[in-house]
Unconditional design. Structure first.
Length: 174
């Protein structure tokens, strides 16, 4: 009987999560009907669907792999940091505009976090170190960016807090 309740709650969370994902994709479509300020192309929607769907699928895999709430929170925060970093870098750029070559530094941060996690076999203790390394890399990229765009560098520095929170959750998971 308890597994039925757990299963029902799990399905409710899945439906809510995927419903939110679809809603996020519908928002720009609806905004395009109301204003000329939002002008997404088909490729913008495909990119958004891949990003949002990828985050959803990776989190679903995490939920299936671990029932540790701190591990799940660590993954959720790492996915959020990765998503936001890639999205902000591609949409407006962390430093200057999206065409600034310094922004490539920020795209390396989620890749580094993923590679570090994979190399350690996705073990919580080592993933905490990988997320700490991602936070340091984020801070270094932000500091370098401050030489050309002070506000952009300061803004991008805040993303390091998400990586640090993820590292803290993995530490708690061990």
């Amino acid at each position: 009987m308890a597994s039925d309740v757990t299963s029902a709650n799990g399905n409710r969370w899945r439906v809510t999560g995927w419903g939110l994902a679809v809603s996020l994709l519908l928002l720009p479509f609806l905004a395009m009907q109301l204003t000329r300020e939002v002008n997404w192309t088909g490729s913008d929607f495909v990119f958004a669907a891949i990003m949002i769907g990828g985050v959803g699928l990776l989190f679903e895999l995490t939920v299936r792999m671990s029932d540790n709430k701190y591990y799940r929170a660590g993954v959720a925060l790492a996915l959020a940091a990765s998503f936001l970093t890639i999205w902000a870098t591609g949409a407006v750029g962390m430093i200057g505009d999206e065409g600034n070559p310094l922004n490539l530094m920020f795209l390396a941060v989620p890749i580094m976090a993923l590679l570090g996690s994979a190399l350690c076999g996705f073990r919580a203790s080592a993933m905490g170190w990988a997320m700490l390394a991602a936070a340091v890399a984020q801070m270094l990229a932000s500091a370098i960016g401050m030489f050309t765009d002070l506000l952009g560098g300061l803004y991008s520095m805040m993303f390091a807090a998400i990586w640090l929170a993820s590292a803290a959750m993995f530490r708690r998971a061990t």
